[in-house]
Design a protein around this ligand. Sequence first.
Ligand code: NIG
Ligand code: FE
Length: 412
Amino acid sequence: MPNKLITNATLATMQDDQSYGLIPSAAIAIRGNNIEWLGPMSSIPRRFTGQSVERLDCGNRLITPGLIDCHTHLVYAGDRASEFEQRLQGASYEEITRRGGGISSTVKQTRAASQEALYTRANSRLSGLMNEGVTTLEIKSGYGLDCDNEIKMLEVARQLAETRQIRIQKTLLAAHAVPPEYFDQKDAYIDHVCNDILPAAFEAGLVDAVDGFCDEIAFSVEQMERVFDKAQSLGLALKLHTEQLSYSGGAAMAAQRGALSVDHLEHLRPGEASLLATHNTVAVLLPGAFYTLKETIVPPIQALREHKVSMAIATDLNPGSSPLNSLLLAMNMACTLFSLTPVEALAGTTISAAKALGMDKVIGSLEVGKSADLVIWDTDNPAMLAYQIGANPCLSTMISGKWRKHTLRDNA
Ligand code: NIG
Ligand code: FE
């Protein structure tokens, strides 16, 4: 692979979550998979000016780190459009769940689907995200809820990672809902997760992290603690869906155990923000679910900000609470619905999202030594990414030093 030099760029390096880290009239040099140098055009090192270096002039356009969608349920069968209609007629997400709809209805359809069928559907959703500059995403299981079907979902995630040019983190979310065969036996299902599903998925090499849904309609703090005990005994990282529909205390518990992230957080108590800061736990905000469920209580953004908690933004792409196939739109929603600034929104899908996946040593910012994952945008202003609605200014994407989408070159 030839070394590469991209010139005439406006770099938003995103080395921290407080500023874009802008370098105007800049260049970036790539050797192999990694960023070897970046800085002003006036000081490009001589070793990158030779004939053998592949050069690209990007006409002062913006380059950011590759976008990271750190919370998705990309793999599932069917849809829940009829529940959308029910909610518009006044039914709540919780009511639909208690009637046997919600997550359970996707579980039924996902169990019935073949691995190939799941792959085909997930692959086309993945293309939508990748076209907008996503270079890394997380995929959760959680619609199988037994050994074979949780593993089937994670196998699809692995297959996507092997067949598409994308980095994928796999999260086991077996403690997402109670499957029908354990109706009214939540504790017995949690035993099954700890004794069977988690060890089997781990043995198969399919688990990077363990997640759960801590809520009245799902699992209690104590039940999640049992899953986390098992996960930690295997050395796995933790994440938790919590404080979404009601307050449970799950975020405090997860942070105290050093979880990578706690996600949703509409009902997080402002006084708990300091715990997240102390334990370096990222607050993952999911405005697509807030919007879809017409929530009115906003996560305590000001408290998170004051305590310098890293805030990530993700699509939560799933068929029920967030059928949102656009990370750029999630950024826009985070600004309009949660009052994040465009800087916070871009940090939320780059450096802070990398932290939420425990990958910030490798990706998330434009920095010497990190993987050359980057996007060239058809603008020179980073605020445009969160500002526009329904536009896609992504021209070219590079992952690990290899071009993927490359409209800038192909149309030149
Ligand atoms: O992140 N909160 C729980 N889990 C998902 C919803 C999944 C579904 O409704 O299918 C979420 O919002
Ligand atoms: Fe989710």
